[in-house]
Design a protein around this ligand. Structure first.
Ligand SMILES: Nc1ncnc2c1ncn2[C@@H]1O[C@H](COP(=O)(O)OP(=O)(O)OP(=O)(O)O)[C@@H](O)[C@H]1O
Length: 662
């Protein structure tokens, strides 16, 4: 049973719930719209395949193959943000695999297609892990080199026929030999439809969210339990299989393979399609492939008329290159991005925005100190006590070159306690949290969760053992709504993999609905339900901070690390957060919070750990720490008596502030 299921406050009803219901962005299921869409696609493809003139059938079949290659690229580059140009190599593996297996070994065409795709998958698996350690232009160069190496190999090997290539027979599909271009047109576009559907389903599923989280912020994705290396490799394999399939179809269509189509030029062509159409949506592949073909035809016609046919080849490349630069400058999200922006504007005009205060009504105002006093009384009534040690750090040291950011820190966090870590700017607090969460490797020392050693383990492994965190600067993901952002945090509460996300089974859809429910419950708890459908990146800093906390909470953690959660929150929101942290403590969660707001710290914490110059200065109860002269000198800068008075009795200015937020 989940921890949230035990918490009645997580399953609230009322105005906030109704607002969240309105904000619920999508239902998960395969309704009539999916069936109707698929039927329209199939009928349109068959009609076009039968009615088009042979010239256009041939062009259309080739455009379908380019769209297929662009779909593969969008998975890796658009979804996961990994700039890969290896498409030419996998396209070639499919083409040469089909040619060799059918002609040299007498395999059936369909079997050869499957076997070639399997070879591409194995190659992608073996290359994926090492290659995706690289980033940015290094990754682009390495993947481009793969295409070039493949080109050189097939150009020089005897078995592949060198530069002369290999002949191929027509593809036999269930007893029918596909010679006709119309047949190829239909086959290619039906497969494009199938892959498009899978990519669209993947985008809204658990694995698609994981890929987008990786694209948006790798550290945040890892802290949500996503195994970055594995996700990148698996999407690379999916992309390789799609490219290989396109290669096999291409080989059977032209019934001949030679090296030129599988080098760098194809990779660049596919990149142009994906950029033109839009990298972030699989529709970009379809739109980009069709528009690029029309551009090719148009430019060819104009150049022939203006400069003669001799100018067509180089002229086309020049004009398209120029066009690509213009698109990248003006609309890097391509045609789909333009359409989506227009649709968003229309939607926004059609409804009132509710991005301000959450739809909650607070009946009574209490100060932070009073909220703490109430919580203490309830704890005493329930006989609540902090449990055993959940997270433990021993002698942690972190050096960045000559800077020792964390210097021999030892701490324990108990189940059910709120531990505040305070200290001046640059004291090493965030570095300490990064060491505890596995986002940084310690130079020395050890970290354990429930007595199990996690020193040096990556963040996704630490997350699997119940540690969740938020970041000092909110790490949200481009183009993701609030609900999906929070669902990224529930990654470890689901199990559906890439294939089941793309071809959703009933179990996969059920799981998605359950993740929806969990995310909505946490959003409600943080009074964010009404924002579920908003783009998380467009919200205020305070709201973004709360979304991060929601993303951490939905994982059902044993330990929660919050890095400056109050930044951007108003007084009422800080008080709600204080109440939430105290509640979490009562539920048995160990909470570590870094915070500069002393009123909040003194009211929220059971213990305070003061850090100065990377080392522990003082650990103790809030009042004890507040009264300590070394802490006053190093950090508080205000005599203990004054600070206490300030926390207990608000000044006239604070009284006015508190009135204003009632
Ligand atoms: N990746 C890094 N490379 C080099 N130095 C770093 C790195 N990260 C942190 N530091 C240094 O380590 C020290 C501690 O930084 P850290 O961000 O942990 O402090 P902090 O207490 O969280 O500060 P703040 O309250 O301002 O967030 C600082 O001197 C900082 O410049």
């Amino acid at each position: 049973m989940s921890r949230f299921a035990k918490t009645p406050s997580a399953e609230t009803t009322g105005p906030a719930q109704r607002a969240a219901d309105r904000a619920r962005p999508r239902a998960h299921g395969l309704g009539w719209r999916h069936g109707a869409g698929a039927l329209i696609w199939i009928l349109a493809v068959i009609a076009a395949g039968l009615c088009l003139a042979p010239y256009w059938q041939g062009i259309g079949a080739s455009v379908g193959l380019m769209a297929l290659l662009a779909l593969g690229m969008i998975l890796v580059t658009g979804y996961a943000g990994q700039f890969s140009l290896a498409v030419g190599a996998f396209y070639g593996i499919g083409a040469y695999g089909s040619a060799l297996l059918t002609m040299n070994f007498g395999w059936a065409g369909l079997l050869a297609i499957v076997a070639s795709a399997a070879v591409a998958a194995v190659a992608a698996y073996l290359l994926g892990r090492p290659i995706f350690r690289l980033r940015g232009h290094f990754l682009a160069m390495a993947t481009l080199a793969l295409s070039e190496v493949f080109f050189l190999l097939v150009n020089n090997l005897e078995i592949t026929g060198g530069s002369s290539g290999l002949p191929l027979s027509a593809l036999n599909v269930f007893g029918v030999d596909l010679f006709d271009t119309g047949q190829h047109f239909i086959l290619n576009w039906l497969i494009v439809g199938l892959v498009l559907w899978g990519c669209l389903r993947l985008a809204v599923g658990r694995e698609g969210r994981a890929l987008k989280a990786i694209r948006g912020h790798e550290a945040a994705a890892a802290s949500a339990g996503i195994d970055i290396g594995s996700s990148k490799t698996r999407v690379f394999i999916a992309s390789a299989v799609i490219s290989s399939l396109a290669g096999s179809l291409y080989a059977h269509q032209v019934m001949y393979v030679n090296p030129p189509p599988f080098g760098v030029v194809t990779a660049i062509d596919v990149l142009v399609i994906a950029v033109l159409g839009g990298m972030r949506s699989p529709w970009g592949a379809i739109i980009g492939a069709v528009v690029l073909e029309f551009l090719h035809q148009g430019i060819e016609g104009v150049l022939t008329q203006l400069l003669g046919s001799a100018a067509v080849g180089a002229g086309q490349t020049l004009v398209l290159g120029f066009l690509l630069v213009v698109i990248l400058i003006l609309r890097p999200d391509g045609i789909v991005g333009v359409v989506e922006a227009a649709a968003r504007r229309l939607r926004r005009n059609g409804r009132p925005t509710e991005l301000g205060a959450p739809p909650e009504a607070e009946a009574e105002y209490v100060t932070m100190t009073q909220a703490r006093a109430r919580d203490d009384a309830e704890r005493a009534e329930q006989g609540h006590e902090a449990g055993g040690v959940v997270l433990s750090a021993r002698g942690l040291v972190k050096r960045f070159g000559g800077v020792t950011a964390v210097n021999d820190i030892t701490l324990d966090i108990h189940a059910g306690e709120v531990l505040a870590v305070i200290g001046p700017n640059g004291a090493g607090k965030s570095t300490l949290v990064n060491l505890l969460s596995g986002n940084l490797l310690p130079t020395a020392g050890a970290v354990s969760i429930e007595n199990e050693d996690f020193t040096g383990k990556p963040a996704h492994v630490v997350a699997r053992h119940g540690l969740s965190r938020s970041f000092q600067t909110p790490c949200l993901f481009e183009g993701m709504d609030v609900l999906s952002t929070v669902k990224v945090g529930a990654h470890l509460r689901g199990r559906v993999g890439m294939l089941r996300s793309s071809v959703p089974t009933r179990g996969a859809l059920r799981e998605e609905r359950e993740l929806d429910r969990l995310a909505h419950a946490v959003l409600e708890r943080l009074s964010l339900g009404h924002l579920a459908a908003e783009d998380a990146k467009n919200l205020s800093l305070g709201q973004q901070k709360k979304i991060e906390i929601a993303r951490a909470l939905v994982a059902n953690p044993k330990v929660l690390l919050l890095d400056e959660p109050c930044a951007g929150l108003n007084k009422a929101e800080k008080k709600s957060l204080l109440v939430l942290l105290r509640q979490l403590g009562r539920e048995g969660i160990a909470v570590l919070v870094i915070e500069h707001d002393m009123e909040f710290v003194m009211a929220a914490a059971d213990r305070v750990h003061v850090v100065n110059f990377g080392a522990t200065l003082k650990v103790g109860a809030p009042a004890e720490v507040q009264a300590d002269q070394s802490v006053i000198d190093a950090y508080l800068g205000v005599p203990a008596s004054e600070t206490t008075q300030r926390a207990q009795a608000p000044t006239a200015v604070q009284a006015l502030e508190t009135e204003a937020v009632r």
